[in-house]
Design a protein. Sequence first.
Length: 719
Amino acid sequence: VSTVQVAVPAPLRYALVYRSDPDSQTPVVGARVLVPLRNRTVLGVVAAATASAQPKLKTIAQVLDTEPAITPEIFRVASWCSDYYHHALGEVLQTALPGYLRRAVPLPPPREFRYRATDRGARSVDSLPTGATVQRRVLEALVNAGSDGLSGEAARQLTTRSADVLRRLEAREFLQRDEVPINCVPLEGREHPPELTAAQAEAVEGIGGTASYATFLVNGVTGSGKTEVYLRLLADVVEHGRQGLLLVPEISLTPQLIERLRRRLSGRLAVLHSGLTDRERHRAWWLARQGDADIVLGTRSAVFTPLPRLGMIIIDEEHDLSFKQQEGFRYHARDVAVKRAQLKNIPIVLGSATPSLESLGNVERGRYQEVRLPDRTGEASLPTVHLVDLGRDAIRTRLGRREQVLVFVNRRGFAPVLYCVDCSWHSGCHRCDARMTLHRRSRQLRCHYCGSSIAMPSRCPQCGGEDLRPLGEGTQRVEEALAHQFPDARIVRVDSDVASGKGRLEETFQRVRRGEVDIVVGTQMVSKGHDFPDVTLVCVVNADGGLFSLDFRAPERLSQQLIQVAGRAGRAERHGEVMIQTLFPAAPQLIRLQRHDYNGFAAEEMRERREAHYPPYAYLVLLRAESVRADDALRFLTDAAVAGKPHLEACADGAVSLMDPVPSPMERRAGRYRAQLLVKATRRESLHRFVRDWLASCERLPLARRVRWAIDVDPTDMV
DNA sequence: AGCACGCCGACT
DNA sequence: GTCGGCGTGCTC
């Protein structure tokens, strides 16, 4: 009797052993299986074929796949992730599967059909027998749908007995059924490529000539034509019969980019983004897995797409925080991608105008090769940056010239809170250590950490006073102030409130590009990857938040944001200007940014990181805990620190040190108390050895069951 | 995680 | 005398 190891979706550090059904074939590694676990049935993935005899084994209930859903390549990547992030293999594998396959469905996507009325059907609507009301209704719907017809889903929704009715109509040749090919973007590759700058040509040549594993950091100022370099590289990959994987941050997956790929490359493009249904996403995944897609474009989770002919990976905006998953299995898609490239022995390209200090550290260590694009392409020059108290005259001048203005509100954290003039009450959230923000339009106070909301009070809940005022520079307040100052200007606001509507964000950007808008007010969202050729002035409201923060990464993030948003100005032939509103115009960080000297800023910041023993000169692991009862989280971490001491001596030989457990900067969130314990190390090896043993001890602590806790390797967000 | 088992308070 | 609280232990 043969036995197999199955990784089940549970926080277990090992796979479980099952007997395989003697009547059916032994499942292959990577196949999905249904297995009994306690008293329920779960979907697991075969992790190994073993023969270790154990007492009282349960039998696999059902083998779902004859070929592996998790290909050997993805399996190796997932195993590495499980080790590196100290996360259960079963849960990593669930993440690597497309959502659709986390259910007991067959591996190939179901076939999809479209239905449309034939000419004969259209002529026959009226001659159907009077009793055939359902058939008539369905046929009429199809005739009304015209030559496009209806999707299978839409057709089935017409009536409860649709399958039967459709079959009958088809048999009488009143309708025609066509199979829909798997959704992908056919690439046309017709457009003639533009001339490359010397730096671009050098980059393309250097990277394109590499066949085996190497990591390239393309460090190019905004507007230096990084995308053009990607296009050339991808075209080359496709020409050689290989597949390319292009990962972008959540927000950069724009129709603009897809359009550019479509015009320039040939072959087929599969797009994996969050807007797809599970089923559509699975179909795109399948296309990639079958080797039928030449390019896969996607966000974070697309790093786990199986690609049999993979020849190159490109990570655009590699510094972007959205590549790091911030809950559950906390992986960083960039780092997973680098490992994947190494395992597959292919080149990988990381691109950014504002590289992460981690990547610059890897350049310094000789692990990554840096490729610089120091100049903007064409005539476009870098905008002039002023550090000012927000200048209304500058806006007026631009509007007078019929140019566009972009007003960037640095952080949502500066959203307006309500406060009482009489007793200085402010609108705190009951469940979090945070202020609730004012949403004027819906007359609500909302907490953007836990999502709870209450109606906006008309009197102070504390003293009954009637003088309640908004405080802070929210996008809405800035919008209102600008509308007051410039009554004739057409103003749009772009923040997550506006973006939550499907397609509304892209529609808004289209309007800006068509010149139907004079002033754009927005948050982060406007700083990423969108080109607005007619914007010649960018204003940054309240840039100071990142200058003095507890998080050691705050200056890095502020600089990246400012540089990225400044890059939105003057992309066409007109010179751009940037105005940064600050109380500290002498701050060295800001002065460097004024000179567009991100690399100078980074060098200085690196020096400070080195002295303070912070990344990239140290490796971090954060033990996070949260509890319902006030002190449990912190007490658990205190116990964990004690439990860690012997392991420190045993395996870390001074390379690893434990900081003191502290309450999180925002201690209460969604009604839970949160705390964290930072572990620093000078060597990865020692750190991983330590964490492995330490976690086993933590699991045995008495508080471990009452506290929700998790390990975060390479944390990017200390708040 | 998720689910059962097990040992102590307010209800039929 | 039971229903149900959540502490704790295990999942092949």
